[in-house]
Design a protein around this ligand. Structure first.
Ligand SMILES: [Zn+2]
Length: 431
């Protein structure tokens, strides 16, 4: 291909200009746009409303070019204007404005900034103007797809908790595995082809998952991605204290021992129901909160339940509260839902006072990557709560309540069974 630079007058200049307008490196020019510009129309991506219209490529299926992975598909415009009837007299001038745009673009792409549109810059333009939906993407071993559409796909998958490695804009084996993973989890044919059906599902799921914050998306989709049952789901159980740290004490009762008992009851109930359960620490230690969080992250837990009791200077204070990660600007949507379920199940199965669920930014809640709750199961300074906590029936009922809350977390609202009914839900029904 020929090189284009400042001062050149060439039919390709108009197309280069159109490409840089499309990429946002030039304002939309008032001049007449060449209708032969084949700037790929993003299927449904946001772009400047006044960007030059492309010709006949906006249909969601028609937008796919079939040129395969060689990277040449859809690139009929820039640099291939042999058939143009324009002469070099009337052809557009490569002016200062375009020169500046080329240099800015080169800088943004890590290319050498020389203002010349040569092979490297040309290839970078082709990559940059790809929009997700422009073409069918899949894993080609010999000619991998490269472009901003691939990077956008990788970012979306990654935001939803699928492992694409680095979002490098290259459709490699790892991206392929992530796409198939996503397809499998959404009930699509896991063919690795990122076409209209997969893109539609991607978009739908992004809208379904509330919050819009990547970490919220991530934890929500991790849950959705568990597959059709709770089998194999990992619940991390964090007994609040241990070792020579007894927590709150009252006579013969201490928080450490009561919560250790509850933790092992809960562990047994979860295991018996086909879930995996892990204590994040043994009875002889009481790690700092950050360490507890790190361990839960390490074992890849899907949920974390931290078990405490409370104490107060007032013997009147009583009841159960549950805490989830959150602050004034936002909270963990799944964490909050789980906390509400925990409260509801415990309150309905015991005679404890409902002190509700509350957002907190405590280390344990902040540093865990899965939805996490801390439960304060009554006051060891209140006569009523002490009597409850001291009873094995009460602790068994709470373990059952926590199991029910865990199962309920995965049920779509319309399938919510009556309180106390235990079963393995089917997450696929949620779609
Ligand atoms: Zn405690």
């Amino acid at each position: 291909m020929k090189l284009l630079r400042h001062g050149d007058r060439d039919p390709s200049v108009a197309e280069a200009r159109a490409a840089f307008i499309h990429l946002g490196f030039l304002p939309v020019a008032p001049r007449q746009q060449s209708s032969s510009s084949d700037v790929d129309a993003p299927a449904d991506q946001a772009r400047p409303a006044s960007a030059p219209d492309s010709v006949g490529t906006t249909d969601s299926t028609g937008a796919y070019d079939s040129a395969g992975a060689a990277g040449s598909g859809g690139a009929a415009g820039l640099g291939s204007t042999a058939g143009s009837t324009e002469t070099s007299d009337t052809a557009e001038l490569f002016d200062r404005e375009l020169d500046n745009a080329v240099r800015a673009f080169q800088q943004s792409r890590g290319l050498s900034v020389d203002g010349i549109i040569g092979p490297d810059t040309f290839r970078a333009i082709e990559e940059a103007r790809r929009r997700l939906g422009d073409r069918l993407l899949y894993y080609s071993v010999t000619h991998p797809f490269v472009g901003d559409d691939v990077a956008a796909l990788q970012e979306r998958l990654s935001n939803m908790g699928f492992d694409v490695g680095r979002a490098d804009g290259i459709f490699g084996a790892r991206t392929d595995a992530a796409v198939r993973d996503f397809q499998r989890n959404r009930g699509l044919d896991p063919d690795g082809l990122c076409g209209p059906r997969t893109l539609r599902e991607l978009k739908r799921l992004e809208r379904t998952v509330t919050g819009g914050r990547p970490d919220v998306l991530r934890e929500s989709v991790r849950l959705l991605a568990r597959g059709p049952s709770l089998l194999g789901m990992v619940v991390a159980i964090d007994p609040g204290h241990g070792g020579d740290d007894p927590g709150v004490t009252n006579g013969p009762l201490c928080e450490r021992d009561l919560m250790a008992d509850l933790a092992s009851r809960l562990e047994a109930r979860l295991l018996a129901s086909g879930l995996e359960a892990h204590l994040v620490h043994g009875p002889h230690e009481s790690p700092p909160e950050a360490e507890r969080a790190a361990r839960a992250n390490e074992i890849g837990a899907d949920l974390l339940v931290s078990l405490h009791v409370d104490a107060s200077g007032s013997s009147q204070a009583q009841g159960v509260s549950t805490y989830y990660y959150g602050h004034a600007r936002g909270s963990s949507a799944v964490g909050e839902r789980f906390a509400l379920l925990v409260q509801r199940e415990i309150i309905s199965r015991t005679d404890m006072v409902d002190c509700r669920a509350h957002p907190k930014t405590w280390e344990l809640l902040r540093r865990t990557r899965m939805p996490a709750v801390q439960i304060d199961l009554g006051y060891l300074t209140n006569t009523h709560d002490v009597a409850a906590l001291a009873s094995t029936e009460f602790r068994a009922a709470v373990a059952e309540a926590l199991l029910a809350a865990t199962q309920r977390l995965f049920l779509p609202p319309e399938q919510d069974p009556p309180t106390g009914q235990l079963r393995v839900p089917r997450i696929t029904a949620r779609a």
